[in-house]
Design a protein around this ligand. Structure first.
Ligand SMILES: C[S@@+](CC[C@H](N)C(=O)[O-])C[C@H]1O[C@@H](n2cnc3c(N)ncnc32)[C@H](O)[C@@H]1O
Length: 263
């Protein structure tokens, strides 16, 4: 299902997205939208992805495994906590994990799941904006985000904060939707994504904010592939790699924070 990793070298300045984004990503709108769909978020995630989203997260933990040295992990835009919980499983419950999100109803579901799975002693969920993380520099061995960065109002602020709180030698991992490049599969995917998904999503979620209209629009305009990798390099990450999954519907982007950022 996956293409092999593509290692990038040399960092050129990334293309800045066109000013005046067509998609409204103001914090208040994003927070309200996720608050509104929170009760059905997990159901819709698994339904609309045919459960492949679970595999994407599990694969992320295998491609970027935790270091079992007792040091903490951070999952930002954690939502209902699925990636944080996947990392808890990958670490066999031996590491402290923090999950942050600025939407309380999503975090409440994360907390509930964590209690049900008896992971609540190890995973702590906190309300925080990814653009202003309440942590000192260089704290975490690994900082992750799944399907969250695209929703952050200022992408670069989000990446900068993720890099800031990662310890030198630690890694940043970003799992995000991407646009399949294959002509045939890409056509089918666009039809599903633009036509079927928004209707099923709207029917099941009854979202007041047309959240499942927002989803394809936000994916289509968000940088992916080499463009997003270049953004990570511009924030100082090295050894950057990308791992397309399931014909490129999703891609995992990984980078390492260097020991010396002075030059
Ligand atoms: C599509 S959900 C992804 C949730 C989860 N990571 C997953 O894999 O299912 C996006 C999440 O990002 C959160 N989010 C968006 N912008 C944020 C920001 N600036 N700060 C914190 N959380 C944010 C939303 O509240 C939402 O819970």
């Amino acid at each position: 299902m996956t293409r092999s990793a593509v290692t990038q070298s040399g960092s050129s300045l990334p293309a800045v997205p066109a000013a005046g984004s067509a998609v409204d990503k103001r914090e208040s709108r994003i927070r309200a939208m996720f608050g509104n769909i929170a009760p059905r978020y997990d159901l819709l995630n698994h339904l609309l992805s045919l459960n492949i989203d679970r595999w994407w997260r599990a694969r992320t933990t295998r491609l970027v495994p935790p270091v079992l040295d007792g040091s903490p992990l951070l999952d930002v835009c954690t939502g209902t906590g699925d990636l944080a919980l996947a990392y808890d499983r990958a670490a066999k419950g031996t590491l402290p994990i923090i999950g942050t999100d600025f939407c309380r109803p999503m975090l409440e579901r994360a907390e509930k799941k964590s209690r049900t799975r008896q992971a609540d002693q190890r995973i702590c969920f906190l309300e925080a904006d990814t653009q202003r993380l309440p942590f000192a520099d260089d704290q975490f061995q690994l900082v992750t985000v799944a399907f969250g960065l695209r929703n952050v109002t200022d992408t670069d602020k989000g990446i900068a904060e993720m890099v800031r709180v990662t310890r030198p030698g630690g890694r940043v991992a970003i799992l995000e939707f991407s646009k399949p490049r294959s002509f045939f599969f890409g056509g089918m995917y666009r039809f599903y994504f633009r036509t079927i998904l928004p209707r099923v999503g709207q029917m099941v979620s009854k979202s007041k904010d047309q959240a499942y209209d927002y989803l394809p629009k936000s994916v289509m305009e968000f940088p992916d592939g080499e463009a997003l990798l270049a953004r990570l390099q511009a924030h100082g990450l090295t050894e950057t790699k990308l791992y397309p999954m399931t014909f490129g519907i999703a891609t995992l982007y990984v980078g390492t924070k260097p020991w010396n950022t002075d030059g």
